[in-house]
Every structure is written in structure tokens, then in C-alpha cells.
Design a protein around this ligand. Structure first.
Ligand SMILES: Cc1ncc(COP(=O)(O)O)c(C=O)c1O
Length: 472
């Protein structure tokens, strides 16, 4: 018989009376991930003080630089929340208008295409498909490309790329830990070194007919904020055009101002055929993604009576569309791409100076707008029996994130780069918070001359617990 009373009620949750979040998460969720974060002392749950500042359970004040580049305005940004309240009261259209007209969906498509066209005029008649995650935007892009070039089965991607973890997107995310158990993966993918234009030219010259599309991040975010050489993206676009191959620019992380421009690929001289967007589009409160494609490419996937060939129940839902419309409006009205570029220059200068000052800890630093990476020196220079090389390497980033947390900064991992921690603060982070954040990062580095020093500070019981998780 179904239970008459569920174990936890929303009213309890709203009153904060549910109890131990770690216990709850561990019993029925991805407990191992939460346990690792808890051992490191960075699991939260966190209380939001204002969009840019948090507090942990011990009352520690934290500057928010987490969120994996999906928080353009920080947490619970009042102008966005005010709009949401107004929408909930005043909207009378269907919530999920899958097979009916929606002004919200139509307006978002029109605004996105207008924004893109303002910098890439060839997109004036492009169309947008809406999904619920970045990976879903990639799936749609792959299918659009295949539908356009049905005889070309192979995609080109790049080392250290990250395009998501659903089956098709996973094929484009070269990482043994993520891919190995699921081979053979589809579609067929050829992975080339990022930034090496000769390698791409060779492959295209030897058989462009087989190649459907080049899938490229204009800056590799999860790969550790890797910027390609100057001129590379423009050349990739030119080569693709010359050989009749499509270009899919994955701007899920770089787009809409995170790295400065609206579209990093376009700013670098590319005119991609398909652009994927997600993270900031949801304003940090709803999952939403968009795949924008030239009309002919979009229509190849969704033509006439086959226009239901690709769909998802929640895609284009009115609430998500409304929040995305408002997010886009706020990004435009508050001039956040320019602000991101300016704050980003300041931040990268600070990090560069830190890398020089703390060579025992920091291997390298990189940045593009409000996307910052700190790659650390390895914790140990030898193989640890029974623990994967990847886990050993990741330890440096994990320990650094712990030290950052202790020092009052909430950062994030780089999910396709070991030894790299990242800061992805809100694009509208107040100037004094930005300065304070880098002061805190510098103070953390000053206290931790090497990764080994960070490891030695981890209390023994925590170290043992971590070893137990690592060894399974
Ligand atoms: C460039 C890029 N593409 C795709 C994705 C996948 O997005 P999601 O995690 O929403 O599926 C990410 C996520 O980090 C990303 O950075």
C-alpha cells in the first residue's frame, strides 16, 4: 500500500526542520560525492546572505565563486525574484505548451536570435530549440548536424573538451573516467589537439566528406579555462567552410558574457552554424538550454510533418522561458558582459601576480572574463598504489578548495582538468567583493606554500575517511 504520510514535508523544509542533510543525501542520493565534499569540509548546506555572499553551518562567511558558471547574478537576485513573483501571479498561459502556441517561447527565440544577429548577421533567420540542460542542447545540435549531412558520420572534438555526460554528449567529452564503462560510444568522434590548426587541416584534407561537424568550445571551461592561440577559432571556421563541414560552437559556459563577449566564438572571428547555450540562461534558478541553428540546419531536423522528430516534454516550458527572457534582459540592461570583461582583467592580474609569488603551490593561472582557473602543483610526484592517477591529481584541487573555503571563498572544481580549481563569481559581483575575494585567495596561498602542506593540514580522521572512499 502507498504510504499515507511521506517522510518529509515541504513545510518542515521551509522551516528548516528536516535535520541532517548529509544523512538524507547519503541514504538515497549520490552519497559518495557528498561524503567526499563533507570530508573536505565544503559540503554545506549553505545559507544565502545576499546574491554574492554565503554562510556555512559553522557561521563562516564565504564569497560565492561557485555555481560552475551558471550563476550570472548570484543567488536569489532580487530583480529576478520580483519578476518570478509577478509571473506566477499574472501568467495565464499553459505551463508546458508542447503542442500549443506560447508567446514566452516565441519571444525568447526571437530575443536570442536578435542578440546573436547583432554580432553575427548571418544568423538573422536562425531558429532556436529549447531543452533543459547543456547536454541536451548538445544532443539537439548533433542531431541537427547529422540531419543536415546524413552521409557524414564523424564529429571532430578536442582534447580536454567538455560537452556533457548524456550518451551522445559523452562521446564528445574525452575523459577515461567518464567514458570507459560506456564504450562503444556514439556518435563516432575523432579527437584532435585543441589549438593545433595543422592537425585539423590534415584531417579535413584527408576526407572532409566523412566529417559532419566540428564541435568546439571557444574557451575550454571545464578543461581548466584553456584559451586557444590567437586566430585559431577564425581559422577553424574558415577551414570548415572551405571543406563544407559544419561548426557547432558550444557556448554553454562561455556565452552570454561569462568570458566577456556575448558569444566568445563570434568575438574571435568565427561564424558558427550552430550555437549551444545553457548555464546563465536560467538565471541560476531554472534549468534551460538553447540550440540556435541556421534555418536550413534546424529544418533538416524538424521539417514539416516530421517537426516532432526531436522533442522533450519540458523543453520550452513557460516558466523556464520567462525566467530566461528576464535573465537575458538583466544581462543586457545591466551591461554584464562588459562588466565581466573589466572585472576579469582585474582578477587575472591578481592571479598572475599570485602565481609568481607562490611558485611552490601554483603551477599556472588562467582567466577569461569572470572565469578563472588555478592549476596547482601535484601533491605527490609518484604513483599511489590502489588509487587512480586521476584521483591523486584531483586531490590538489580538492585540498585547495578546502583551504579556500576555510579562508572564506566558495569555489568549484574543473570537471575535465585535474589539479585545477576554478572561481566563477557572479558577473555582477560588487567591486569591493571582487577585491575582497582575491585578497582572501592570496591570503590562502600565503598560508599554504605547497599542496603537501595542505594535505598535512587535513586532520588524520578526515584523511583516513578520504582514503577509504578513494580505495572503495
Ligand atoms: C561547454 C559545456 N558544454 C556542455 C556542458 C554540459 O552542460 P550540463 O551540465 O547542463 O548538461 C557543460 C557543463 O559544464 C559545459 O561547460
Amino acid at each position: 500500500m502507498a504510504p499515507t504520510r511521506l517522510p518529509h514535508s515541504t513545510s518542515e523544509l521551509l522551516r528548516g526542520q528536516v535535520g541532517d542533510a548529509l544523512d538524507l543525501e547519503t541514504r538515497h542520493g549520490n552519497g559518495d560525492l557528498m561524503r567526499v565534499l563533507d570530508i573536505l569540509g565544503i559540503a554545506g548546506p549553505f545559507k544565502v546572505l545576499n546574491p554574492w555572499e554565503l554562510e556555512d553551518q559553522e557561521g563562516r562567511h564565504l564569497i560565492h565563486a561557485g555555481g560552475y558558471a551558471a550563476m550570472p547574478f548570484g543567488e536569489a537576485y532580487p530583480p529576478l525574484l520580483d519578476f518570478v513573483r509577478e509571473y506566477l501571479v499574472n501568467n495565464h498561459q499553459l505551463g508546458l505548451p508542447q503542442q500549443s502556441l506560447s508567446e514566452w517561447r516565441g519571444a525568447l527565440a526571437a530575443n536570442l536570435v536578435a542578440l546573436l544577429t547583432s554580432v553575427a548577421p548571418s544568423h538573422a533567420d536562425s531558429h532556436a530549440y529549447f531543452g533543459n540542460s547543456g547536454a541536451e542542447a548538445i544532443e539537439a545540435a548533433l542531431k541537427m548536424a547529422r540531419a543536415t549531412r546524413p552521409k557524414a558520420e564523424q564529429f571532430i572534438n578536442f582534447e580536454h573538451a567538455y560537452h556533457g555526460k548524456t550518451h551522445g554528449a559523452l562521446a564528445l567529452t574525452p575523459n577515461e573516467e567518464y567514458q570507459a564503462p560506456f564504450r562503444p560510444l556514439a556518435p563516432d568522434v575523432r579527437t584532435l589537439p585543441y589549438g593545433d590548426i595543422d592537425a585539423l587541416e590534415n584531417v579535413l584534407q584527408r576526407g572532409a566528406d566523412r566529417i559532419c561537424a566540428i564541435v568546439i568550445e571557444p574557451i575550454q571551461g571545464e578543461g581548466g579555462v584553456i584559451l586557444p592561440p590567437a586566430g585559431y577559432l577564425r581559422q577553424v571556421g574558415e577551414l570548415a567552410r572551405k571543406h563544407g563541414v559544419l561548426v557547432i560552437a558550444d557556448e554553454i559556459q562561455t556565452g552570454l558574457g561569462r568570458t566577456g563577449p556575448w558569444f566568445a566564438s563570434v568575438a574571435a572571428g568565427m561564424d558558427p552554424d550552430i550555437i549551444t547555450l545553457a548555464k546563465p540562461l536560467g538565471g541560476g534558478i531554472v534549468p534551460v538550454s538553447a540550440t540556435i541553428a541556421r534555418r536550413s540546419i534546424y529544418k533538416a531536423l524538424l521539417p514539416g510533418l516530421a517537426s516532432k522528430r526531436h522533442s522533450t516534454t519540458f523543453g520550452g516550458g513557460s516558466f523556464a522561458m520567462a525566467v530566461a527572457l528576464k535573465s537575458l534582459e538583466l544581462l543586457v540592461n545591466e551591461g554584464l558582459p562588459e562588466r565581466s570583461a573589466t572585472s576579469g582583467r582585474y582578477g587575472l592580474d591578481r592571479l598572475t601576480a599570485m602565481a609568481k609569488r607562490f611558485p611552490g603551490l601554483v603551477d599556472s593561472v588562467r582567466g577569461a572574463g569572470m572565469l578563472f582557473a588555478v592549476s596547482l602543483k601535484p601533491v605527490v610526484g609518484f604513483k599511489v598504489p590502489g588509487v587512480s592517477e586521476e584521483d591523486v591529481q584531483t586531490l590538489a584541487a580538492a585540498l585547495f578548495l578546502r583551504e579556500l573555503h576555510q579562508g572564506g571563498v566558495h569555489g568549484c572544481y574543473s570537471t575535465n582538468a585535474s589539479r585545477t580549481a576554478r572561481l566563477t563569481p557572479p558577473l555582477n559581483q560588487p567591486q569591493e567583493t571582487l577585491v575582497e575575494m582575491f585578497d582572501r585567495v592570496e591570503a590562502v596561498m600565503a598560508k599554504n606554500p605547497t599542496p603537501l602542506a595542505m594535505l598535512k593540514k587535513l586532520p588524520l580522521p578526515r584523511m583516513l575517511k578520504l582514503a577509504r572512499v578513494a580505495l572503495g
